[in-house]
Design a protein around this ligand. Structure first.
Ligand code: AGP
Length: 609
C-alpha cells in the first residue's frame, strides 16, 4: 500500500527521502514522488513505476532542501500516472502526501470546485490539500489549519504536509493508517513504517488514532484526538537492521524461506519448559486459557489460512468449537458470541485494515478477551488487543508471506496445546510428547529446505502452465489453499485448492494433461483415501506432483512427480509441508521471470479496506 516518508533536518533531505522510499518498495506501489521545500518554494519530482525512475529524475535535475515529503502510491482513485502520483499541491507552497482512502471525496471535490479550486488529478488525496489551503485563509496557524481541514474528512488516512513559510515544520496526522515519527538529533522524520527510517534513526514515536503532530528540527509535539498535547513514549527499534539486506540471496522471499528454522526456534524460545507450554507467554493474565469455551479466529489471506489449520488443532486437542473467518466478512455481519469465547486475530503486519476493524468491533461484543498473534510488536493490532503472542519472525519484506505463516502456525500450536492442557483435555504425557515434537520443528524445517534444488527442477515443468489445482485433506487443506495463494501471487498462474474429497463434486471436470495437480500427502489415517483421489486424477491423464514422506510408499512414475518431505510427527505435518510449496512457487516465479518480491497489483500491508 502507499508509503509516506518525511524529514526536517539541518542537512539536505533528498537522499534520506529517496532511500526511505526504496525501503518502502516492499509494501507495493506503482508510482512515487518527492516534494522538497527550500527558500525558492516547494518543488517536486514524480515518476510512474519503480523508485529508480524517480531517482533518475533527481539525478538529471537535483532538488535540494532541508524539509521534504515523499510517497509511494498504490493506485486506488485514478490510474498510476504522474498526475495522480503524490505529492499533491494547492498553490505553489503547500504540498501533501496521503495514505488511505477519503470516502467523501466526491462531495468535497464538488464543494471545493465551487470555491474555485482546480483539480489536477483524479485522486481522493487532492481534496485534502485544497481543504488545508482553504482552512489557511481563515486560520493562519498551520497546525490548526490542518486540524480544521481534517474535520471534513471521512475515511482512513495518514498524511504529511509541508508549507513554504517562515515557520519551518512538517505537520502529520494519523487516523486509520499507520504513521510513525522517527526521532533524531536536531532532525526529525516521519514514515508509514519504521523500516523506511532505519538508515537515519532507531528511535520511534508511534502515533495513535486521531493524533496530529508537528515536527520541527528541535522537537515533536503531539495532540491527541481530543486536541490535548500528549507525551508519547519513544521506543527503540530492536529488529535486526539487516532485515532490509538480501544478503547472499537473490530475493527476499528466498531469504525468508531459508530463515524459517531460525525464526521458528525464536518463536519457541522461552515458551516451552521441558514438558509443558509455559502459559506465562500469554502475559500475567493467562487465566483465560482455563475459561475459554469457544474460539473465533479472524484474519486475512495467509494469516487466515494459518487460522484454518488451528481450527483442526483446537477442536481436536481442546475439544471446544472454533470458527475461522476472513476479517472483511466478519466485520460486516452480526456475530453471535457464545459465553466465554476467545477472539483471536492473526496478522503479520498488525496493520491490516479489515483485521483491525474486526478487532474494534469484537471489543464492543461480549468476548472473554482478545488475543493477537502478530509479528510486529509496535503494530496497532498489538497495541489494541487485550493479549498478545508475538511470532518473532523478524521483518518480512517479500510480499508473499512465508516465515510469517510458519511462525503463526507455531504460535497457534503453542496456543492450542496451552488451551487443551489448561482445560484438562491433555494428559501430561501427551503434552510432553507434543512439546518434544515442537522442539524438533526447526530441524525438520531445515531438512525440508534441503530439498530446494530438487524442487527447483520440478518448478521448470510449470513454466508453460496457466492453471494448477492443489489438493489436501484435513489440516492439509488449508496448506493446499496457502500453496495455491503463493503460486498465484508471485507466478500469476491461476491456482485453486480443494479438499481432496471434493474432487468428484466438480473440479475433476477440469483435469486433463494441461492441469498439474499438486498434493501434500500426510502420513495419517487419510492416506489411503487420498491415494484413491490421486488414482482418480491419474486415470484422467492429470499430471500429479506429490509431496510426501518415504513411508507413504509413493514414488515417481509416468505422470507422477514425487518429492520427498521429511517424515515428522503428525501434528507438525502442516508446518513442514508448507516449505516445499513455498519453494515451488518461488522457483516457478523465477522461471517465469516475474517480480518475486513485489508482485504486480499487490501490497505487503493492506492498510485500506
Ligand atoms: C500473503 O502472501 C499475502 N500477501 C496476504 O494474503 C497477507 O497474508 C494478508 O494481506 C494479511 O496480512 P497480515 O498478515 O499482515 O494481516
Amino acid at each position: 500500500m502507499c508509503g509516506i516518508v518525511g524529514a526536517i533536518a539541518q542537512r539536505n533531505v533528498a537522499k534520506i527521502l529517496l532511500e526511505g522510499l526504496s525501503r518502502l518498495e516492499y509494501r507495493g506501489y506503482d508510482s512515487s514522488g518527492v516534494a522538497i521545500n527550500n527558500e525558492t518554494g516547494v518543488r517536486a519530482h514524480r515518476a510512474v513505476g519503480k523508485v529508480q525512475a524517480l531517482k533518475d529524475k533527481f539525478e538529471a535535475e537535483p532538488l535540494d532542501g532541508k524539509i521534504g515529503i515523499a510517497h509511494t502510491r498504490w493506485a486506488t482513485h485514478g490510474k498510476p500516472t504522474e498526475a495522480n502520483a503524490h505529492p499533491h499541491f494547492s498553490g505553489p507552497d503547500l504540498a501533501l502526501v496521503h495514505n488511505g482512502i477519503i470516502e467523501n471525496h466526491d462531495v468535497l471535490r464538488r464543494e471545493l470546485k465551487a470555491k474555485g479550486y482546480e483539480f489536477k488529478s483524479e485522486t481522493d488525496t487532492e481534496v485534502i490539500v485544497h481543504l488545508v489551503h482553504e482552512a489557511l485563509k481563515s486560520e493562519p496557524n498551520f497546525v490548526q489549519a490542518v486540524k480544521n481541514a481534517l474535520e471534513s474528512l471521512h475515511g482512513a488516512f495518514a498524511i504529511a504536509v509541508t508549507l513554504n513559510d517562515e515557520n519551518e515544520r512538517l505537520v502529520v496526522a494519523r487516523q486509520g493508517s499507520p504513521l510513525v515519527v522517527g526521532v533524531g538529533i536536531e532532525e526529525n522524520f516521519v514514515a508509514s513504517d519504521q523500516l523506511a527510517l532505519l538508515h537515519v534513526t532507531d528511535q520511534f514515536i508511534f502515533l495513535e488514532e486521531g493524533d496530529v503532530a508537528e515536527l520541527t528540527r528541535d522537537g515533536v509535539t503531539v495532540w491527541d484526538k481530543d486536541d490535548i498535547i500528549q507525551e508519547r513514549p519513544i521506543s527503540v527499534f530492536n529488529h535486526n537492521v539487516d532485515a532490509t539486506d538480501k544478503g547472499e540471496f537473490r530475493h527476499y522471499m528466498l531469504k525468508e524461506i531459508y530463515e524459517q528454522p531460525t525464526v521458528v526456534a525464536a518463536c519457541l524460545e522461552g515458551r516451552l519448559s521441558h514438558e509443558r507450554v509455559l502459559t506465562s507467554c500469554f502475559g500475567a493474565n493467562s487465566e483465560f486459557l482455563k475459561q475459554v469455551e469457544n474460539v473465533h479466529i479472524v484474519a486475512c489471506g495467509t494469516s487466515y489460512h494459518a487460522g484454518m489449520v488451528a481450527k483442526y488443532w483446537i477442536e481436536d486437542m481442546a475439544n471446544i468449537p472454533c470458527t475461522v473467518e476472513v476479517a472483511s466478512e466478519y466485520r460486516y455481519r452480526k456475530v453471535a458470541v457464545p459465553k466465554n469465547t476467545l477472539f483471536l486475530t492473526l496478522s503479520q503486519s498488525g496493520e491490516t485494515a479489515d483485521t483491525l476493524a474486526a478487532l474494534r468491533m469484537a471489543k464492543e461484543l461480549n468476548y472473554l478477551t482478545t488475543l493477537a498473534i502478530c509479528n510486529v510488536p509496535s503494530s496497532t493490532l498489538v497495541r489494541e488487543s487485550g493479549l498478545t503472542l508475538l511470532t518473532k519472525a523478524g521483518a518480512e519484506i517479500g510480499v508473499a508471506s512465508t516465515k510469517a505463516f510458519t511462525t503463526q502456525l507455531t504460535a497457534l500450536l503453542i496456543t492450542s496445546i496451552a488451551i487443551a492442557a489448561e482445560k484438562g483435555e491433555l494428559s501430561d504425557a501427551k503434552q510432553a510428547e507434543l512439546v518434544q515434537a515442537l522442539r524438533s520443528l526447526p530441524a525438520y524445517l531445515d531438512a525440508a529446505i534441503k530439498q530446494d534444488s530438487t524442487i527447483q527442477v520440478v518448478a521448470e515443468q510449470f513454466a508453460n502452465k496457466h492453471h494448477a489445482l492443489f489438493l489436501g485433506r484435513g489440516p492439509m487443506f488449508p496448506i493446499a489453499l496457502e500453496g495455491a495463494l503463493k503460486l498465484k501471487e508471485i507466478s500469476y498462474i491461476h491456482a485453486e485448492a480443494y479438499p481432496a474429497g471434493e474432487l468428484k463434486h466438480g473440479p475433476l471436470a477440469l483435469v486433463d494433461e494441461d492441469m498439474p495437480i499438486i498434493t501434500m500427502v500426510p502420513h495419517n489415517v487419510m492416506l489411503d483415501k487420498l491415494k484413491s483421489n490421486l488414482q482418480e486424477v491419474a486415470a484422467r491423464g492429470g499430471e500429479l506432483f506429490v509431496f510426501a514422506d518415504k513411508d507413504t510408499d509413493l514414488h515417481s512414475e509416468e505422470g507422477v512427480t514425487f518429492t520427498e518431505v521429511p517424515k515428522v510427527d503428525a501434528i507438525l505435518e502442516p508446518i513442514v509441508h508448507t516449505i516445499p510449496l513455498q519453494l515451488l512457487s518461488y522457483h516457478v516465479a523465477v522461471v517465469k521471470g516475474t517480480d518475486v518480491d513485489q508482485p504486480r497489483n499487490l501490497a505487503k500491508s493492506v492498510t485500506v479496506e
